[in-house]
Design a protein around this ligand. Structure first.
Ligand code: XBP
Ligand code: MG
Length: 259
């Protein structure tokens, strides 16, 4: 293994799987119903609310603009945390029932990185239970253990676009950013990874395709499969097809060709 790329740091929502529109959004709505709230986050509104990362922060932001009277509840923080806990329960149930598949190329790349001894980590804003439920439901019971570090949710004070979660994960890995690559799907995620000094591959998702990805190493349709190659949307690569260790090395100026 070449030492230029020692680890890949994966974002979760939008990157590993298209979880937002038909996953998190539905779970928020189910929680609102369970709490007797007549709030409904429709597809377009949810796209706007995604500017705020973190479910609890998103609920508060929504209340500020759409239900300000509710902000005077006593114990507001606890109430939001309780509502969000119910949302997480619905989201995990949805995943456990096989609700959301991985995006093209994700399982292939994860298996390839394991085979080539490149470390893997997760750097996400979402709640830790959501990460393990997604990995287990798509890659099997053992799969969370394939990741050297899982950085998620409230473990750091500042959520993306703050770089805190990337700094935390790099620190846990004990690796400098220069030896790692991040994979993200959103502008908020890219701002976070770039601020931590990480070369970043973007795979666009439905909600993020029109965002500003300046600074990304490359912008791709997806991670690609040999039988279903990615499309390059921005940036130059010495080859097309699918993300693998050879492509990761090329981002570090060490392209040696595909075996
Ligand atoms: C996406 C997020 C999260 C999810 C909802 O994070 O911002 O808030 O939308 O999950 P990333 P929670 O792209 O960094 O994975 O409700 O658990 O926050
Ligand atoms: Mg994301």
């Amino acid at each position: 293994m070449n030492s230029a790329v020692r680890a890949v740091l994966f974002d979760v929502d939008g990157t590993l799987a298209d979880t937002e529109r038909d996953g998190h959004r539905l779970a928020f709505n189910a929680a609102f119903e369970e709490f007797g709230l007549n709030w409904e986050w429709e597809v377009e509104l949810y796209g706007e609310l995604l500017a705020i990362t973190g479910g609890k922060e998103r609920i508060r932001h929504f209340m500020e603009s759409h239900a300000p009277a509710e902000l005077s509840r006593s114990g507001l923080d606890d109430w939001i945390a309780g509502l969000h806990k119910v949302k997480t329960k619905h989201y995990v149930n949805l995943l456990e029932n096989g609700g959301i598949p991985l995006r093209p190329g994700v399982a292939r790349l994860i298996h390839h990185l394991r085979d080539t001894n490149i470390k893997m980590a997760i750097a996400t804003t979402t709640t830790p239970e959501n990460v393990t439920a997604l990995l287990k439901s798509t890659l099997g019971e053992d799969s969370p253990g394939w990741f050297d570090v899982i950085g998620a949710g409230d473990i750091v004070p500042g959520k993306k676009p703050e770089p805190d979660i990337y700094h935390w994960v790099l620190d846990q890995l004990g690796l400098p950013a220069q030896q790692c690559v991040a994979i993200e799907d959103s502008e908020n995620g890219l701002r976070a990874s770039l601020a931590a000094g990480l070369d970043t591959i973007i795979t666009i998702s439905d909600y993020t395709r029109l965002q500003d990805f300046s600074g990304a190493a490359v912008v791709l349709s997806d991670l690609g499969e040999p039988a279903q190659p990615f499309t390059v949307l921005e940036g130059n690569l010495p080859f097309t097809g699918w993300v693998d260790s050879a492509l990761l090395l090329s981002l570090k100026g060490e392209y040696g060709g595909r075996p």
